[in-house]
Design a protein around this ligand. Structure first.
Ligand code: GAP
Length: 435
C-alpha cells in the first residue's frame, strides 16, 4: 500500500480521528472508534448529506428505523437467501478469502501456495443473534446489513403520514453490519459501518430518467465538498456483478491508494422490494395515482453511500504537503463545512491578560462553531497542528490586542493574515464559514 495511505492512517490515529476498537485489549479487527476530531468530521459528512438530500428538497423526507427488524424482513428482501460472498479456504494455511476479490483466484495471498483452495461456498454476510433470553432458532434475528429495508417496510406509513406524491424519496442514515470475509484497508471495509441511503420512488416508466438524475446529483455532491474530480468516476456494473434486487447499478468510485474502488452504489431496484414485502406480509404496498386512477408498485432509484467510507475518502483527498519557510507543512484542505474545528483561538503567550482576552474572544465564537482554544507550545507549532487537522482559521491574540482590540486571523490555505477588530470578528468569520 502507498505511503499516502500510511500517512493518513497515522494521522487519523495520532490526531484523534480514528482509533482501533478495543485497542487496550489488543484491538478488534474490522471495527473502529471515532475520536473527537473523527466524530466531528463524520457528523459533518452526515449533516451535509442530510442537508443536500433531505433539507434542500421538497419531495424527500427522512426516517430513523430500528437496527433489529423482524427476520421476515430479510427473508422477503432476499438477504437470507442471496446476501452472500463466495468464500474459499486455503487447505495449506487455513486462511479464508473472498474469491471475487482475489488478484489471482488460484493462489493463496497468505501463504503463496497455488491450487490449495477449497471449492467456493456461499457465505451469508448477515450477523445473527437472538432476541430475548433463549438462544433458539425461533427467536433468531439479524443486525441489518443495509438501512434500506427500514425504508421499504415503512413505505406506506411514511407515504400516508407525510402525504407524499410520486416522485418522492425517503432517506435514512444509520449503522449497518456485515460479517465481511475480508475486512480491511482501515475503515474502508469494516464489519460495523454507517450508511447514508435514500430510496427514491417513481413511476416505473420514469426510472431510467431518475437514475440519470441521481448519478449526476451524487457525483456533484462529492465535488461540491471539495473532492477532486480526477479522483471520481462513475462505473456501470456488469450483468454478473448486479445485486439480486437490481436491474442497473452504477458505482461512484474513488481513486483510493490501492486503485479505483466503490464509494457509493446507485441502483435501480425496480419494484423488487415493495413487491416482495407486499407478497410476504400480505399488506397492500401499491401506490394509487388519483390523477390516472392507476394502482401500481412504484420503482425505486437508490443512491446508497457509506458515511464512514466517505469520511475516509475525504481525509485522503484533503491531505497535502507544502513548504513554509523551508519547513514541511502537512495540511488537510478539508472543505470548511467538513472541517472538525472551524476556528482555533491562540493566545501568543500564557500570560493571564492574554488568556482572559482569548476567553472573551472565544466565547461568542463557541456558540456558533466548533472551536478550539490552544495555549500550548510556540505559535508556529500550533499553526502546524491546526493545519494538520484542517482548521480553516486561526485567530491569534497578541499583546497588541490588549490595546488595539484587534486580533490576527490566519487562513489555512493561503496562510494570509488579516488584522481584524475583535468587534467585527464574528461577522468576518461568518462571511467565510457560513457562505
Ligand atoms: N442498500 C444498498 C447497499 O447497501 P452497497 O453497495 O452494498 O448497497 C452501499 O452499500 C455503500 O455502503 C457502499 O458503497 C459503501 O460505501 C458502504 N459499505 C458497504 N459495505 C461496507 C463495509 N463493509 N464497510 C464500510 N462501508 C461499507
Amino acid at each position: 500500500m502507498s505511503s499516502h495511505f500510511d500517512t493518513i492512517v497515522n494521522l487519523a490515529k495520532n490526531r484523534g480521528f480514528v482509533f482501533q476498537s478495543s485497542e487496550i485489549y489488543g484491538g478488534l479487527r474490522s471495527a473502529y472508534d471515532y475520536g473527537p476530531l473523527g466524530a466531528a468530521l463524520l457528523r459533518n459528512v452526515k449533516d451535509e448529506w442530510w442537508r443536500s438530500m433531505v433539507q434542500m428538497r421538497d419531495n424527500v423526507v427522512g426516517i430513523d428505523s430500528a437496527v433489529i427488524q423482524s427476520p421476515r424482513v430479510w427473508e422477503a428482501s432476499g438477504h437470507v437467501g442471496s446476501f452472500s460472498d463466495p468464500l474459499v479456504e486455503c487447505t495449506n494455511c487455513n486462511s479464508r478469502h473472498r474469491l471475487d476479490k482475489l488478484e489471482n483466484p488460484q493462489q493463496c495471498p497468505t501463504c503463496g501456495m497455488s491450487g490449495t483452495f477449497t471449492e467456493p461456498k456461499d457465505f451469508n454476510l448477515m450477523f445473527k443473534t437472538h432476541m430475548g433470553p433463549v438462544a433458539s432458532e425461533d427467536n433468531a434475528v439479524y443486525l441489518r446489513p443495509e438501512t434500506a429495508q427500514g425504508i421499504f417496510i415503512n413505505f406506506e406509513n411514511v407515504r400516508r403520514t407525510a402525504r407524499l406524491k410520486l416522485p418522492f424519496g425517503i432517506a435514512q442514515i444509520g449503522k449497518s453490519f456485515r460479517n465481511e470475509i475480508t475486512p480491511g484497508q482501515f475503515v474502508f471495509r469494516t464489519r460495523e459501518f454507517e450508511q447514508m441511503e435514500m430510496e427514491f420512488f417513481c413511476r416505473p416508466e420514469e426510472s431510467a430518467k431518475w437514475l440519470e438524475y441521481w448519478l449526476e446529483e451524487r457525483k456533484s455532491w462529492y465535488m461540491d465538498l471539495g473532492m477532486s474530480a480526477d479522483n471520481l468516476r462513475l462505473r456501470a456494473h456488469d450483468e454478473d456483478e448486479l445485486s439480486h434486487y437490481s436491474s442497473h447499478t452504477y458505482d461512484v468510485d474513488y481513486n483510493f491508494p490501492w486503485g479505483w474502488d466503490e464509494l457509493e452504489g446507485i441502483a435501480n431496484r425496480t419494484d423488487f422490494d415493495l413487491a416482495a414485502h407486499a407478497h410476504h406480509s400480505g399488506k397492500d404496498l401499491t401506490y394509487f395515482d388519483p390523477e390516472t386512477n392507476e394502482r401500481f408498485f412504484p420503482h425505486v432509484i437508490e443512491p446508497a453511500a457509506g458515511a464512514t467510507r466517505t469520511t475516509f475518502a475525504f481525509l485522503l483527498d484533503a491531505y497535502g504537503e507544502d513548504e513554509v519557510k523551508g519547513e514541511k507543512r502537512a495540511v488537510l484542505k478539508l472543505d470548511k463545512r467538513l472541517a472538525p474545528i472551524k476556528v482555533a483561538v491562540l493566545p501568543l503567550s500564557k500570560k493571564p491578560d492574554l488568556v482572559d482576552t482569548t476567553e472573551a474572544v472565544a466565547g461568542p465564537l463557541r456558540r456558533r462553531w466548533d472551536i478550539e482554544v490552544d495555549v500550548t507550545q510556540s505559535i508556529g507549532k500550533r499553526y502546524r497542528r491546526q493545519d494538520e487537522i484542517g482548521t480553516p482559521y486561526c485567530v491569534t491574540v497578541d499583546f497588541d490586542s490588549l490595546d488595539d482590540k484587534q486580533v490576527t486571523v490566519r487562513d489555512r490555505d493561503t496562510m494570509a493574515q488579516d488584522r481584524i477588530p475583535i468587534e467585527g470578528l464574528e461577522t468576518y468569520l461568518s462571511e467565510r464559514l457560513d457562505a
